[in-house]
Design a protein around this ligand. Structure first.
Ligand code: PMP
Length: 437
């Protein structure tokens, strides 16, 4: 049976029979067999502290969430054409957390499906298909999503931006086109430039889409004033504003429940994914009554699995857990502690060029004295800290950003343990070697 196979055999089989573009984490891949809270456990019983998984939002195999799924699965699971309390309850749990204007829900099964539907809504509501998105943005794996994801079409195997996609520079106040805290207006003018370009072609824009903290871009917080201005310009041109909350949503950023609320804006459409099902495939598109009414133009939207009683039970249990256990304020408290500790580490180790993020959605960037990215050092760090039982991931256009986005039940002791081992790895010869170059 498969359970008796070695990791080498699993890898060989995967390479031959699973999709050829699937990747594996780590130079020496790990076989995880259990999840528990903020930990993953491999086949040898080794326990890893997980700083990567923002899907297991309220903890791997959270008891209340697992129980809700198991109980509902034993009763009934059907599509949403039958009445069921669970789907209404999940809608209600979500609506409680959102601004009052955003109160219509469509349930789907992945972040990609959510963004795919959001763009369909844009086309139905505005009649336009030109979309403005950020450089190095990622919005999912479906056709439309790839078409608006610079992270993909500007990377390996990509062919650049399609005709109807308009990319503005990554609003990175640290190493981007404009640098410094007060660059929001300059980046917003880049969005205006995209709008002008579309107008020059005799067309109009459909929407502006962005994550509230750009994850694949390297945990980029949007500079002061950027989002309100970008929304203003988009709306003045007749476009809709979409907030992709697939990574950052559901209380993770601490100060607010949703990332866009950090900047005082209200989108027309919000897409929600990963954390909503805590690992179960569940995602959602939230919109205003106006958008929902125009989208319902006679063509039915049907989704076989979206919002089924099992998924809905799970989603409601996740949101109830976040609320009952005050995990949003917990994410704020632990995130701020961890960020301060990382800032202290950045003083000790100057190769940490920037520490950023909100709540438990943090990142730090490795650079040399001239602010050149140190991708090899980031890769070394992620692989080395694994030996100390800690999982970390890298990202950003130059692969030099370490991302920290653990289950939000992460404790102060977990943060201290992470700092302790980061300190240990940063002190190693390899991490120090940049100074001698
Ligand atoms: N949007 C963002 C910001 C994402 O990070 C992702 C997934 N990494 C998606 C959308 C797509 O979600 P999924 O993989 O669930 O389809």
């Amino acid at each position: 049976s498969l359970s008796d196979t070695t990791n080498e055999e699993l890898i060989t089989y995967r390479k031959k029979h699973l999709g050829k573009s699937l990747s594996l984490q780590y130079k020496v891949p790990i076989k995880m067999v259990r999840g528990s809270g903020q930990y993953l456990i491999d086949q040898y019983g080794k326990k890893y502290l997980d700083t990567v998984n923002n899907v297991a939002h309220v903890g791997h195999e959270n008891y209340a969430v697992v129980k809700a799924g198991q109980e509902q699965m034993a009763l009934i699971n059907t599509n949403s054409r039958y009445l069921h309390d669970n789907i209404n309850q999940l809608a209600q749990e979500l609506i409680e957390t959102l601004p009052p204007e955003l109160n219509v829900l469509h349930f789907v099964n992945s972040g990609s499906e959510a963004n795919e539907l959001a763009i369909r809504m844009v086309k139905a509501v505005t009649g336009e298909r030109d979309i403005i998105a950020s450089e190095v943005g990622y919005h999912g794996n479906a056709n439309m999503c790839i078409d608006i994801s610079s992270y993909k079409f500007d990377g390996n195997g990509g062919h650049g931006a399609p005709e109807y996609t308009h990319i503005f520079p990554l609003p990175d106040a640290y190493r981007g086109k404009y640098r410094g805290e007060n660059t929001g207006e300059q980046y917003a003018l880049e969005v205006q430039n995209c709008i002008d370009e579309v107008h020059k072609k005799g067309r109009k824009i459909g929407a502006f889409i962005i994550e509230s903290i750009i994850s694949c871009g390297g945990q980029i917080e949007l500079p002061n004033g950027f989002l309100p201005k970008a929304y203003e310009y988009t709306r003045a041109a007749g476009g809709l504003c979409i907030s992709d909350e697939v990574q950052v949503g559901c209380g993770r950023v601490g100060k607010t429940f949703w990332g866009f609320q950090l900047y005082g804006v209200t989108p027309d459409i919000v897409t929600i994914g990963k954390p909503l099902g805590n690992g179960h495939p569940l995602a959602a598109v939230v919109c205003t009554q106006e958008v929902a009414n125009k989208f319902a133009n006679g063509m039915e939207y049907f989704n076989t699995f979206g919002g089924n009683p099992v998924s809905s039970a799970i989603g409601a249990a996740v949101l109830k857990t976040v609320k009952r256990e005050n995990l949003q304020s917990h994410a704020l408290e632990i995130g701020e502690f961890l960020k301060e500790e990382l800032q202290k580490l950045a003083i000790k180790y100057p190769i940490i060029g920037d520490v950023r993020g909100q709540g438990l959605f943090l990142g730090f960037e490795l650079v040399d004295n001239n602010m050149n990215p140190l991708a090899d050092h980031a890769d070394y760090l992620a692989n080395r800290i694994k030996d100390h039982g800690i999982l970390m991931s890298t990202d950003g256009p130059d692969h030099n950003v370490l991302k920290i986005k653990p289950p939000i039940i992460f404790t102060k002791e977990n943060a201290e343990e992470l700092i302790f081992y980061l300190d240990k790895v940063f002190a190693e010869d390899y991490m120090q070697s940049i100074k001698e170059i």
